[in-house]
Design a protein around this ligand. Sequence first.
Ligand code: SIN
Ligand code: FE2
Length: 226
Amino acid sequence: MRDLFSALDPDQRNPEILADGATLLPGFAEAEAAELVATLVPITKAAPFRHMVTPGGHTMSVAMTNCGGAGWVTDRGGYRYTICDPDSGRPWPAMPAVFHSLATRAATAGGFPGFDPNSCLINRYIPKARMSLHQDKDEGDFSAPIVSVSLGLPATFLFGGLKRSDRPRRIRLESGDVVVWGGSARMTYHGVAPLAAAVSDNDPLTGNARINLTYRTAALTVAHRD
Ligand code: SIN
Ligand code: FE2
């Protein structure tokens, strides 16, 4: 529970400006969280979570899949977006209307109306899984923002600056929290600290895991390695 005020009236939780163009929207997706998780079931059946390999040969601790017209992938050949799931050869599952609508509404609340993402990367963290600091830079066009939705177990989001050496802020993200970054904040370095084990019981929504939905507008790019 964030504080007494939010417990009394969840709709009154205020957005927090993290930087010019970057906003934390506490609880923005809370009312839809159960529906989002249920909607993930057929998606992850058609395109199961997998641990991808970076161009450098490191197996990622976060398990990933995608929905939408373009899906982010990495393997020894590089980072890129693809139309098809390389594991099945079939197109990534379509982005459900509830997913798309949430992203558009959150982007608008974060100051970016008209967001029309064609890609949703679905990240699953179990305790100890982490994501090192990086920029989202494979999209080909950086005019659209990034919208990131947290579901399930809480995490510590690392939100840095435009340089890798900028010391990141540590932001606790709980289920239903949304972060939007675009404009002059679009290339912000960000990551996730190793996920802590659940304190008591597993999260009722996601079990012993955190799910993150990262929405992007992506062009189908050629593989690159840096
Ligand atoms: C990402 O940068 O793709 C994931 C961020 C997160 O899990 O919050
Ligand atoms: Fe990212």
